[in-house]
Design a protein. Structure first.
Length: 288
């Protein structure tokens, strides 16, 4: 009935909140790129994440309808395509949609709470790592400082306060942190003891590596073939998943596409050519 508990199957659930411009999208991508090879970003912010396409390699899906069910569909679609990490940017839009569906009536929540629960279950039950961003309410506070003349003066400072989300949402995540305007992430909740109460300037690799060590995920060196870095095994797997499930291509179709790049096997694809091969597969799929 019982079996030994191990951490190897654990998937990370990370919540990043912050006011506009604090670094939610950038930090989510910077952490994600060290957690896995394939990143899916569910964008409810009108494609705003795409402005980081030159810095990070990720696939995006724009959500115009923010009903929790649309988020769940996007999460499931990303899982079926074997993405290692799913970024939800941002979860606050699902919350806005829930508020609208409840219509400000107390009994309205009777129908909306189960929708919200389903979305939370889809995130915590996901077979991919999940990073969810949440907008924070912004407030101005007066901060005291000592001026050059030695006098104490006050200046206004913008701060992010509570996440725009149902209260207690952080309990659902392994790790929750709040970004400030200097892009400093303060960990407010952590099931990973090494990260408890820590702060990180420009969060990225360090957090990802600590989380990977915590769940016991090996940190694989990239494959180098005669000085050229080739795509990783999960990337090759994802390419096959796109070819077969999304584009309905056969193995020989994929080989024809590869031949166009003077390649025989998907594992020989140089990292720099990965996107071009996928695009070429899509073009091939459209033609035939
Ligand atoms: N982890 C980080 N490392 C380095 N620079 C960062 C980091 N986070 C944020 N920045 C800087 O801050 C800028 C704004 O970040 P970002 O777009 O992620 O903010 P945001 O919180 O998502 O804003 P919005 O709510 O408007 O979408 C980035 O363009 C980048 O220059
Ligand atoms: Mg953003």
């Amino acid at each position: 009935m019982f079996k030994k508990a191990t951490k190897s199957q654990i998937k990370i659930r990370l919540a990043v909140s912050g006011a506009s411009g604090s670094g939610k999208t950038y930090s989510a991508l910077a952490i994600a790129q060290h957690l896995g090879d394939n990143i899916a970003l569910i964008d409810s912010e009108r494609g705003s994440a795409s402005r980081y396409a030159d810095r990070f390699m990720f696939n995006t899906c724009e959500l115009n309808d923010h009903h929790p069910a649309r988020y769940i569909e996007a999460i499931k679609a990303a899982e079926s395509m074997n993405f290692d990490v799913i970024i939800i940017d941002s979860l606050s839009h699902a919350w806005f949609s829930e508020l609208e569906l409840a219509g400000g009536r107390f009994d309205g929540w009777k129908n909306v709470r189960p929708l919200e629960r389903k979305l939370i279950d889809a995130m915590i039950g996901s077979s991919s790592h999940i990073i969810a961003t949440m907008r924070s309410k912004t407030e101005w506070i007066m901060e005291e400082y000592t001026a050059k003349d030695g006098k104490t003066k006050q200046s206004p400072k913008k701060i992010g306060t509570a996440p725009i989300q149902s209260s207690g949402i952080e309990y659902e995540f392994d790790l929750a942190g709040e970004l400030d305007y200097n892009h400093i992430l303060t960990i407010s909740k952590s099931r990973c003891p090494e990260l408890s109460d820590k702060t990180f300037l420009n969060p990225g690799k360090e957090i990802a590596d600590t989380l990977k060590a915590w769940i016991g995920q090996p940190q694989q060196p990239p494959t180098i073939v005669s000085g050229l870095q080739t795509i990783t095994e999960p990337q090759a797997k994802r390419l096959w998943a796109i070819a077969k499930n999304e584009l309905q291509l056969s193995e020989s179709d994929v080989r024809s596409v590869l031949a166009g790049f003077q390649l025989e096997k998907t594992t020989d694809i140089p990292v720099q050519k990965y996107d071009a091969v996928i695009q070429s597969m899509r073009d091939y799929g459209d033609k035939f």
